[in-house]
Design a protein around this ligand. Structure first.
Ligand code: ZN
Length: 147
């Protein structure tokens, strides 16, 4: 039997079924979708919706850590369901980025394109996304092309 008040459990968790989470902002979903070309970071699967855009879902590694890209995985519906419902173990991180895990004992390498170039690329991407978001709201004609 586990003792109460013992050593604290590791903060990072991958799934807490039934727990309600706030969806990430649209700007972050767009950034992640572009970064990963809509492909699942675990299995690489994607498909195009009727509107021609790739379908993907965003999983929070730790629901309490917010929407930082290190806390988010772009995944397909199948992998998302496994992350939420199956047994997830063996999570390995490099500089805060999840790089591998096991789902029901099956090893997955996590695609992390920002890991190689680090936080500089991430910062540039965020500036570009938020600059275009503000431009769409502040400039006459929104995101209409300049002629
Ligand atoms: Zn997948």
């Amino acid at each position: 039997m586990a003792a109460q008040g013992g050593s604290p459990a590791r903060r990072r968790v991958l799934a807490q079924p039934g727990r309600r989470r706030e969806a990430p902002p649209v700007s972050i979903r767009i950034l992640l979708g572009a970064l990963h070309e809509g492909r699942c970071q675990l299995c690489g699967f994607t498909f195009l919706k009727r509107d021609g855009q790739p379908y993907y879902e965003v999983h929070h590694l730790d629901p309490d850590l917010g929407h930082h890209p290190k806390n988010l995985l772009l995944v397909c519906a199948n992998c998302h369901a496994q992350l939420e419902q199956a047994t997830v173990t063996g999570c390995e991180y490099v500089r805060g980025w999840l790089v591998s895990l096991e789902i029901n004992g099956v090893f997955f390498s996590v695609r992390q394109p920002l890991l190689a170039d680090g936080d500089a690329l991430l910062s540039i991407a965020f500036v570009l996304v938020f600059a275009s978001w503000w431009a769409a709201r502040l400039l006459p004609g929104g995101m209409a092309p300049v002629r």
